[in-house]
Design a protein around this ligand. Structure first.
Ligand code: ADP
Ligand code: MG
Length: 430
């Protein structure tokens, strides 16, 4: 009938707007390469932030000793301890603890947040086993993964530009996050220094490189999405600091977060309002921003039951929409597919942009050099349809032959271990 036709019309219009043919994605990748150049040329030269990481020493595998890491980037934080055996030995042992951040600390004071973190860290340090104790007189060293926008001023200093992901502690903005952490650690009587301040992408790059020399870029698809890659120091006109020993510098580019579940909700809401998709009234829960989370969207998208039971349950439990027909549920799954496909294909275009900037998108004579991209993040890890589509799209864009040299490798918790490795490769005792 008419109502069904109208909902279909909204779907078709939306699908059309989400179309990402290969030709368009190639333009996106080219535009991104251009913006990356501009972002490297001058501060504020592009809306694409090209943030200097100050990491000019990626782990080699020869690092030795006990190092710590603290990974703060969402609602949980993790503390880690790694034992590195040195050349030819590698990672001997890793231990970690995960602690959730009480919501009131995300919007309270800087002291309250860092005192809490430092206390948990001190607890973790106190469980250090005898066998891995540091030699007397040597201070423990920590890599700090802080996945918020930071204007870095050295490998272990940087000021918070703004909070994201639900945090808002205004007094922290503009302050050095390492100083805040160090002060809190001292208050706890914890003898530890911060050797490296890194973003999760940079940590993942370091973690990936430690186990595979061919890792040259890292991409995080989690709550937000961003990437880091190794750039030649000469290719960074805005870099006026001391020349780096290795001649390389790692850069990070940030893309705004993709709120897939929220996009789905908005389209369904429009279908409810304009096409009476759920009958005469609009389900109130459907009007709540961010009511539909991406993991729920992904669960619906992956529903393989013939009657789409998961979709039915999710709609009932989350949006309080009961009595849905199979055809309505099919429409919802199709919508999830449109939104996920668009996101994954654009992410692939972004990766192609980075590959182009690194000159790894074209065949060189007899070049069998592998390019490995370390990937991590909850979206990539858990949304199978999304990651599958991303990889297929990259192959479509590069072509089968070139794609053979590209390896996308899941770097499980690279950001935490990577930060500890960077603490080792930037140790003050070297
Ligand atoms: P971050 O460190 O950026 O906070 P994570 O890497 O921990 O993010 O990933 C968390 C994000 O991953 C969630 O915000 C969610 O969007 C996504 N996610 C988690 N689980 C799933 C899932 N099962 N399906 C799809 N997306 C998921
Ligand atoms: Mg993270």
């Amino acid at each position: 009938g008419g109502k069904c036709g109208k909902a279909n019309g909204i779907m078709k219009e939306f699908e059309e707007k989400c179309r990402t043919p290969a030709a368009k994605l190639k333009l996106v990748a080219d535009a991104m390469t251009v913006e990356m150049h501009a972002g490297l040329a001058s501060e504020g030269g592009s809306k694409l932030k090209m943030i200097i990481s100050y990491v000019d020493n990626l782990p080699t595998g020869d690092e030795k000793g006990t190092y710590y890491a603290l990974d703060l980037g969402g609602t949980n934080f993790r503390v880690l301890r790694v034992h590195l055996g040195g050349k030819g030995v590698g990672l001997i042992n890793q231990e970690f603890a995960e602690v959730s951040i009480p919501p009131h600390l995300m919007t309270g004071t800087s002291d309250a947040l860092f005192d809490y973190i430092a206390a948990e860290l001190a607890k973790f340090v106190s469980q250090e086993s005898e066998e891995f104790k540091l030699s007397p007189g040597r201070q423990r060293e920590l890599g700090f993964t802080f996945s918020f926008p930071v204007m870095q001023t050295s490998i272990n200093t940087g000021t918070l530009v703004r909070w994201t992901k639900g945090f808002s502690i205004d007094e922290m903005v503009g302050r050095d996050v390492v100083e805040e952490l160090s002060r809190a650690m001292a208050k706890q009587g914890l003898d530890m220094s911060v050797s490296a301040l890194v973003n999760d992408t940079v940590g993942t790059l370091a973690g990936g490189r430690y186990t595979n020399k061919d890792v040259v870029a890292a991409v995080i698809l989690g709550t937000g999405s961003n990437a880091a890659y190794v750039e030649r120091a000469q290719a960074i006109p805005k870099w006026h600091g001391v020349p780096s020993k290795s001649g390389e510098m790692i850069f990070e580019k940030m893309i705004s977060g993709m709120y897939l579940g929220e996009i789905v909700r908005r389209v369904v809401l429009r279908m409810a309002q304009e096409a009476a998709f759920f009958g005469d009234t609009v389900p109130p829960k459907l009007e709540v921003p961010f009511a539909l989370r991406t993991p729920d969207m992904s669960a619906m998208h992956h529903d393989t039951s013939s009657d789409l039971k998961v979709v039915e349950t999710k709609l009932k439990d989350i949006l309080e929409i009961s009595s849905t027909s199979l055809s309505m549920r099919k429409t919802i799954v199709e919508l999830c597919n449109i939104v996920a496909t668009r996101g994954a294909r654009l992410a692939a275009a972004g990766i192609l942009g980075v590959l182009k900037k690194m000159g790894r998108d074209a065949a060189k004579d007899g070049d069998k050099q592998k390019t490995v991209i370390a990937m991590d993040g909850g979206l990539y890890e858990h949304y199978a349809e999304y990651s599958k589509c991303l990889e297929n799209t990259l192959e479509e864009l590069l072509g089968e032959e070139l794609f053979k040299n590209i390896v996308i490798s899941h770097s499980n918790d690279g950001s935490g271990i990577g930060a500890a490795l960077l603490a080792a490769s930037h140790s003050k005792y070297l």
